[in-house]
Design a protein. Sequence first.
Lengths: 117, 111
Amino acid sequence: EAGVAQSPRYKIIEKRQSVAFWCNPISGHATLYWYQQILGQGPKLLIQFQNNGVVDDSQLPKDRFSAERLKGVDSTLKIQPAKLEDSAVYLCASSLGDRGREDTEAFFGQGTRLTVV
Amino acid sequence: KQEVTQIPAALSVPEGENLVLNCSFTDSAIYNLQWFRQDPGKGLTSLLLIQSSQREQTSGRLNASLDKSSGRSTLYIAASQPGDSATYLCAVLSNDYKLSFGAGTTVTVRA
């Protein structure tokens, strides 16, 4: 089966510009995650969707970050305006999202490396 | 809130030595625990998934154990090779369906 697809792979922008990342999860996966990974740290959850509803966005800086999941499939994450501290790898993951199942496995895309200069 | 800790942060061993990576978590109400590998500039590759009801899981040279009651998991890599050099991350899927990560252990295997 095809994996989680993300684009672009790399992006360099100037501070105060805007940027958008795209994620296509594995077909049939109800849960979609966006993580931010700063160099040398573990991934930090930004937002979690269950189908097209938001489950958790408590760590999303809502003054500059926004995300949506259209029709419960693809998702976009936007930053506007970007700050230097937003430089990181943005990872998208998906899982079946079948609550109660212990074998639910998360699959990750290759990530988008954002550099803000 | 689930807190996941990985110790040590970095590890350097000669080729052939066994690796032991530790992961601890604060809330034992979990569905499963996953171990991932991350190469520089790459995404995360799933290595092993241990379900809450399991004690261990094996894949080739990799063996992971889970002690849910004490909030610990250990990843063993036997007979390490230079190709095992990477960052290893553990992630816990809690009962509220949140996936929380540790900061990772960066492993260097010297030839």
